[in-house]
Design a protein around this ligand. Sequence first.
Ligand SMILES: NC(=O)CCC(=O)C(=O)O
Length: 262
Amino acid sequence: MRVSAVQMDMKFEDPEKNYEKAEQLIRMAAKQKPDTIVLPETWNTGFFPEKNVSSFSDKGGQRTIELFSALSKELDVNIIAGSVVNEKQEGMYNTTYIFDRKGKCIAEYDKTHLFSYMNEDEHFKKGEKLTTFELDGVKCGVIICYDIRFLELIRTLTLQGIKILFVVAQWPVPRIKHWEILNQARAIENQIFVACVNSCGTAGETIYGGHSALIDPWGENIVQAGNTEEIITGDFDIEIVDKIRDTINVYNDRRTELYKII
Ligand SMILES: NC(=O)CCC(=O)C(=O)O
């Protein structure tokens, strides 16, 4: 599977500009003939407007679904539409939508671990379920930013059979080392491909650190971005997942009877 990661520099609190730019970047990425294109977290607003968040939000994902279902069909490409600040009936969510190459919205995921350090939990509601889906016959999972710190979450998705994990994020510069190490560690310990897509530029006071990457199940970067807006593309050879698991077989060697995770 060929994957393109769009490391977008979004304009804080300016959804009009951001929808326009996201479409341009998707069209540029499609020229590299990927099977799947991925955007970062909260690209419609930046992470995240604390005042009047409702006025910047998508409503029930309507605008996002309309745009990306048309684009994925026209360009014949699967799209992980990053995440959007999204007002549903029950409240505000940080939601990602997944589209197959026929233009169908096949899955959605509301961020389950909210980043309390930046008060995300005061403005958003927590998602209550995990999501897996198939793209071109490959089982995949998606998580959002802070979720990557919760190893149990990714192990759960892997036990459900995923071979690719998409991580969409707005991860700031001061902790960029954590971003790189956590994504590599999750790839190695679960023996999966990881496509981790960050933003860059500023949102409010915060500078976001880029370094999006496509990582193989040995933890090697197939390709990595710098810290400015760019599109990176690489190929995931899915067959190596089973080959690696047949050599260092951590799934066989696990001692679940000794683990107690509360
Ligand atoms: N948008 C986020 O969830 C940020 C997470 C983050 O910065 C971290 O260090 O974790």
